[in-house]
Design a protein. Structure first.
Length: 625
């Protein structure tokens, strides 16, 4: 009577008696031999008893082929000791009755010598001669390799799911794991665009110095077959594979070994992972294909989850922008927290507030916050930059004028104070106001009324005044350029805004707020440069810098080369109001090198220069990867 011996984990075994004319093998529980193996089809193979007393193994067309003694078969007459591989399961065909099963301790890699295997085999023969008779050093090494790959898949699953916010790092993890394990010459990952549905290459890697520009051309047939059919493909020798007879690119570029698997999430194909060897056939095995399938299964889930995460973030940004008030103050530093505490206390009152801080520190934004948090929020907020209005016009601008008050006054017009009636007027850079005009502002503060230019009628106004200046008004009082009585009426509550360089903790949150919804993130190197810069222009300069980086960058991640030249070279402040031609050339070369994944041949073609010229410029500008 013949038997099948199923070698289980840690060399445990289970035997099946071949007592029927047809023995069904597969993952289905009702089969005669049921294998709990995800790489085995429900009906994978069968063993048929022949009239001459022999047995024949037949492949039933499962997704993964049946192998006997390492060779793929469609049908095979079984001989005593044949090893049958189905998925990741090993079965041994025996014509003699087996003894009781026994466990054999698995040897560590460093103990694997011919002598060690021989001793282990002799010890085991007493209880299980049929199992270890067939095992040699290659078997044990193969089992250990499978164990290592399972551990790699486990580590890969943890790593790839830790990059939900960074698709580029996720793709790096996928490609690193595939190339390292399968020892491919080249590889790339292509993803389906969510909006257009087109396939775009996202990451290209090569273990050689060969030109990567041919990557998509040589593999388009294989890729689109995987993409359209949703199944993995492996070819031992594409030059002789009938399914690629019409693939001119494979013939032209001498592709031999190739393997490709889909990235699937919830039955949607997100893209493919492709690996190949151009020079040698038989570089990949069925085990390699199964590993890549398992890898891509985990990667597809991670990419799908990252896509869902990205959509949620975008929706949250949209909701936040839709529902939030017309101002937004960002700050986590201790100095800004103290400012926020003061604003929360004074905003609900009608107290006059004086905001002091250098240009670009956000004085108007703070004034808007005070107005929005006050009972006057339903009325107008009227900002006035006193330094930007010509002296001969500022009085009319603030208080209005009557018809005929001066040449060109063809009709009466109300001023900013009247426009702000019931609300808040923000007098920015009030320190630049003339002494005469200061007296009229003082009258409004004391009497709550004004007179238009050319008029004699007093007009009542109900406004809250918030003033701001980048000058030291107390010193201006000492110098006689600012009225002392007005200073004390304005300086009821003073809010001092710190310089951006004094609130380093807020630089990155501010930058990320400015780019919300436009790019994914700021690279760690770019963050370090932003934090090391002194920001003489404060928040306004930071916003302009980020806007420039978004426009000039690749739209995904802000890199150091996307920042102005003055931010690089250690983040020192370099007086350079305009970038030189050399700096612009350096930026452009960096951007092209990054686009080509630092392939100098491709970069030189795009730049329209020779490889040697590119090398010279890289050396000249001290460009490093």
């Amino acid at each position: 009577m013949a038997y099948l011996i199923h070698q289980l984990k840690d060399f445990d075994v289970k035997s099946y008696e071949i007592s029927k004319k047809v023995i069904k093998i597969g993952r289905k529980p009702s089969n005669d031999v049921s294998l709990n193996d995800p790489f085995v089809s429900r009906d994978h193979a069968e063993i048929v008893a022949l009239e001459d007393g022999g047995y024949e193994l037949r492949d039933l067309g499962g997704e993964n082929p049946v192998k006997v003694n390492g060779r793929i078969i469609s049908q095979h007459r079984l001989r005593d000791g044949d090893k049958l591989t189905m998925g990741q399961s090993l079965l041994i065909f025996k014509t003699d009755a087996p003894c009781a099963s026994a466990n054999v301790e698995m040897l560590e890699a460093e103990d694997l010598s011919e002598k060690a295997v021989e001793i282990a085999s002799l010890d085991a023969k007493k209880t299980m001669p049929f199992a270890l008779d067939e095992m040699d050093t290659k078997d044990v090494v193969s089992l250990q390799r499978d164990h290592q790959r399972l551990m790699l898949l486990y580590d890969f699953g943890k790593a790839v799911n830790s990059h939900l916010e960074d698709q580029d790092e996720m793709l790096d993890e996928i490609m690193n794991a595939a190339l390292k394990t399968l020892e491919a010459e080249r590889g790339f990952i292509a993803l389906v665009d969510e909006n257009t549905g087109e396939l775009a290459c996202e990451l290209v890697r090569s273990q050689t110095e060969s030109d990567l520009s041919e990557k998509l051309e040589v593999s388009r047939t294989i890729i689109h077959k995987v993409l359209n059919e949703g199944v993995s493909i492996m070819t031992v020798n594409a030059q002789e594979d009938a399914q690629f007879d019409n693939a001119k690119s494979i013939q032209e570029y001498n592709i031999r070994s190739a393997i490709c698997a889909p990235l699937v999430f919830r039955e949607e194909i997100l893209g493919v992972v492709y690996l190949d060897h151009r020079g040698s056939a038989g570089s990949f095995s069925q085990d390699d294909q199964m590993f890549l399938i398992a890898l891509c299964h985990q990667a597809g889930v991670a990419l799908g989850n990252a896509r869902l995460h990205r959509r949620v973030v975008q929706e949250n940004v949209w909701l936040e922008n839709t529902l939030k008030p017309k101002f937004q103050i960002v700050g986590e530093s201790e100095k800004m927290k103290r400012v926020f505490d003061t604003v929360k206390k004074v905003a609900p009152t009608d107290i006059t507030v004086l905001i002091q801080g250098e240009t670009g520190t956000g004085k108007e934004l703070m004034a808007k916050a005070i107005h929005t948090l006050s009972p006057r929020r339903e009325h107008a907020f009227v900002p006035v930059n006193c330094a930007a209005i010509p002296k001969e016009l500022i009085e009319s601008e603030l208080f209005g004028h009557e018809k005929g008050a001066f040449t060109g006054a063809t009709s009466a017009r109300e001023g900013k104070f009247q426009s702000a009636h019931g609300g808040t007027i923000f007098l920015d850079e009030i320190g630049d106001m003339s002494l005469d005009l200061q007296a009229k502002v003082l009258r409004i503060l004391e009497e709550r009324e004004l007179q238009r230019v050319g008029g004699s009628k007093s007009i009542p106004v109900d406004v809250r005044i918030i003033a701001a200046s980048n000058k030291d008004l107390a010193k201006a009082v000492e110098d006689g350029t600012f009225r002392e009585d007005l200073f004390y009426r304005l300086n009821v509550v003073a809010v001092k805004l710190p310089l951006l360089k004094e609130r380093k903790k807020d630089i990155i949150p501010l930058a990320e707020y400015f780019i919300a919804g436009r790019v994914k993130k700021i690279s760690s190197k770019a963050k370090r440069l932003l934090e090391s810069y002194d920001w003489p222009g404060n928040i306004r300069e930071l916003r302009n810098c980020v806007d420039r980086a978004v426009v000039l960058g690749d739209g995904k991640i802000i890199q150091p080369e996307d920042l102005p030249y003055t931010f690089r070279k250690g983040g020192q402040v370099i007086p350079a109001p305009l970038e030189s031609l050399n700096h612009m050339e350096e930026d452009h070369i960096l951007r092209v090198l990054r686009y080509t994944n630092w392939n100098k041949s491709d970069a030189a073609k795009i730049l329209g220069i020779t490889r040697q010229t590119l090398d010279n410029k890289i050396k000249r500008y001290d460009i490093k990867q």
